[in-house]
Design a protein around this ligand. Structure first.
Ligand code: SAH
Length: 260
């Protein structure tokens, strides 16, 4: 299967701070992307801050292509998403969504060819014209009092959501569930464990009298809500066994115990 992530381009438009170039390359490496394009950058990939921040993303930083304008960066792309914290205005009101909502769309489009996520300059962000050239807009939901993320952190969040969508599609293609199903102990096994626990709690004097039943009911509800696995049911059997043993020892040491 084609590695769709290699078709997903990160485009930084007029980035100002070299550190952000490096941090972007690093995040891309972390999440399995590799195609970085810089549009009319104000910062250089050769800057020490860029190289320091890149770590294992250095090869991505070195392979970054520089383009004169957004059109050139997107020329072969079948789909592109702009990003911004600002959502007001007609250019931003179209197909807007969170990174989690939009990344599956980007990935699906990558089946047909290269796609891109476009990020704006740190001081101002993308302008309306640039946003209007993309097929949709991603706005990462943040604290409304301060909604502007650091550029490389916005890249990381988008790459993370993209990778999540990619992992899901890869697993589905292999016919595997996304996460292995958690085995829950069957009712009959849980029931036997509750009986064992009741016996033990009676033996140590925790359950007695009229309130015994309702307390046991509350315990059943509590443990039942956790949907215990067979292994966890075994642990609870172990607790019951130990309590019964301890109760037996206590009984033996009582002055009027059998044999004394
Ligand atoms: N107020 C500007 C700040 C630019 S921050 C703006 O949000 O547009 C630099 C870049 O980081 C932005 O252009 C955008 O690409 C990305 N970014 C920052 N905060 C974001 C957010 N909440 N959602 C999506 N992208 C964001």
């Amino acid at each position: 299967m084609t590695d769709l992530l290699s078709r997903c381009r990160v485009v930084l438009v007029r980035p100002h701070y070299a550190g952000n170039l490096g941090a972007t390359a690093r995040a891309m490496r972390n999440f399995g992307l590799s195609d970085l394009v810089l549009v009319a950058p104000h910062a250089s990939t050769g800057d020490l801050d860029a190289r320091r921040m890149a770590r294992d993303g250095l090869s991505i930083l070195d392979a970054a292509r520089v383009m004169p304008d957004l059109g050139a960066a997107l020329t072969d792309c079948v789909f592109s998403l702009a990003t911004s914290s600002l959502t007001a205005g007609v250019f931003r009101s179209g197909t807007i969504g969170t990174a989690a909502e939009k990344m599956p769309e980007l990935l699906a489009a990558a089946e047909a060819g290269p796609v891109a996520i476009v990020f704006g300059p740190e001081p101002t962000g993308l302008n309306n014209e640039e946003i209007g050239r993309c097929h949709g807009l991603v706005s990462i939901p943040v604290n409304a009092e301060f909604s502007s993320l650091n550029l490389a952190q916005a890249v990381a969040i988008c790459c993370y959501e993209l990778r999540k969508a990619w992992s899901k599609s890869v697993n589905e293609a292999r016919g595997q569930p996304e996460t292995p199903e958690r085995a829950v102990a069957p009712f009959a096994d849980q029931d036997r464990m509750f009986e064992h626990l009741r016996e033990a709690l009676v033996a140590v004097g925790y359950l007695f009298g009229e309130k015994g039943d309702s307390l046991m009911h509350a315990l059943r509800q509590l443990i039942g809500r956790a949907m215990p696995t067979p292994q966890e049911v075994k642990i609870l059997h172990g607790v019951a066994r130990q309590l019964l043993w301890t109760a037996g020892q206590m009984k033996k040491s009582e002055p009027n115990a059998e044999g004394e």
